[in-house]
Design a binder for this molecule. Structure first.
Ligand code: NAD
Ligand code: IPM
Ligand code: MN
Length: 364
């Protein structure tokens, strides 16, 4: 419990970017939970809505206003994002500026995505459950195939050539692998597996192999292994129990974490954090804007709510973070879920229930 009166503590400003599609639906529930957590644990959180979204872009032509990134960096302690993606903007121009803009310009090089089963019934693998599926993915988040380097030649003609480059830097590769090893060390020497496609990508991914080998020697207490990403995809389905910490490049991390989400019960419960240790970081569910469910009060808010748990932890509110996670697990156990998890509750009912559990925990 924090004993400093709230008026004497520095506020922790959290920017809330609800975004598009189901983004606003799930963000409303995440905000509910953050508000209740702030009340119960007396946290100095100040939640501030930002309108940046597809609607805002289509109305004003603005993706992010001038100075927004600097403002987020300097005046905010954390950023929460619902989801981005709108069929009216097929090139994702606004999401490139907002979502990727925040990841890149704030240099949030760790995309941390935990894969965990909250109830054995959610695991789609026969005979497997919480004991088998429990790993985290460290996805490199600022380079690789996401750098947007490339171009077209003779675009729109039969002779068109398209070039899209991956960029991997020694510094960038080393820092994400180091974060994975540090995490593994902090959590009792977990196993670390690095995945790439170095049998084909002889330059960029070979840099990953060489860097990983060097760091494995430095972290001699950690069991380090390597898999090509296609083999990793197979092994995650066959033997998920073999994995504790996976570290991989930007694009492979994106793909592997949707597979991971499926192993834990679906995109409706997969959370993520975009981190640069010591700096303002960004938190978002793994799922997208699922436009067909927008405004229908049927999207699962648990991914967004579990994402607030990662955010609270990052801001130093460990107890609140743990309790939010426990409340979600409790709702799943009680069958208090949306249709994707087999329940019949709405988005807001699930959010209300979890918020209620936080305010009136059983046994108090
Ligand atoms: P998606 O994650 O939006 O949805 C895929 C499917 O997963 C949905 O049709 C739905 O069945 C299920 N799903 C996802 N979230 C759910 C939730 N909270 N509750 C219940 N079911 C859920 O992926 P998509 O359809 O490939 O992409 C839609 C748009 O979102 C695209 O524009 C895409 O680029 C974008 N996108 C954004 C993000 C992000 O903002 N971080 C992530 C992925 C995709
Ligand atoms: C994710 C998403 C994003 C990504 C898209 C929306 C740019 O799929 O966060 O997993 O590819 O990183
Ligand atoms: Mn993705």
């Amino acid at each position: 419990m924090n004993t400093t009166p709230p008026s004497e503590r520095r506020p922790q400003r959290v920017a809330i970017l609800a975004g598009d599609g189901i983004g606003p639906d799930v963000t409303a529930e995440a905000v509910k939970v953050l508000t209740v957590a702030a009340e119960r644990w007396d946290l100095p959180l100040e939640l501030i809505d930002k309108p940046w979204s597809a609607d805002h872009y289509l109305e004003t032509g603005e993706t992010l206003p001038e100075g927004a990134i600097e403002e987020l960096r300097d005046d905010y302690s954390a950023i929460f994002i619902g989801a981005y993606g709108d069929p009216r903007i097929p090139d994702m121009r606004h999401a490139a500026d907002i979502l990727l803009g925040i990841r890149f310009k704030l240099d949030l090089f760790v995309n941390f995505r935990p894969i965990k089963i909250y109830d054995d019934r959610l695991c789609p693998l026969a005979g497997k459950g919480a004991r088998d599926v429990d790993f985290v993915v460290f996805r490199e988040n600022t380079e690789g195939a996401y750098v947007g380097v490339g171009g077209n030649f003779k675009k729109g003609t039969p002779d068109e050539v398209a070039v899209q480059e991956e960029i991997h830097t020694r510094r960038g590769v080393e820092r994400i692998i180091r974060e994975a090893f540090e995490y593994a060390t902090r959590h009792g020497n977990l196993r670390v597996c690095m995945a790439d496609k170095s049998n084909v990508m002889r330059y960029g991914h070979d840099l990953w192999v060489r860097t990983f080998e060097e760091l494995s020697e430095e972290y001699a207490n950690i069991e380090a292994s390597h898999l090509f990403v296609d083999a990793l995809a197979m092994q995650l389905v066959r033997k998920p129990q073999n994995f504790d910490v996976i570290v991989t490049n930007n694009m492979f991390g994106d793909i592997i974490t949707d597979l991971g989400a499926a192993l834990q019960g679906g995109l409706g419960i997969a959370a993520s954090a975009n981190l640069h240790p010591g700096r303002t970081s960004m938190f978002e569910p793994v799922h997208g804007s699922a436009p067909k469910y927008a405004g229908a009060d049927r999207a699962n808010p648990m991914a967004a709510i579990l994402t607030t748990s990662l955010l609270l932890d990052n801001l130093g509110h460990r107890e609140a973070a743990n309790e939010v996670e426990r409340a979600v697990a409790g709702a799943i156990r009680d069958g208090f879920t949306t249709v994707d998890l087999g329940g019949d509750r709405t988005t807001s009912q699930v959010g209300d229930h979890i918020a209620q559990q936080l305010l009136a925990p059983v046994g108090i």
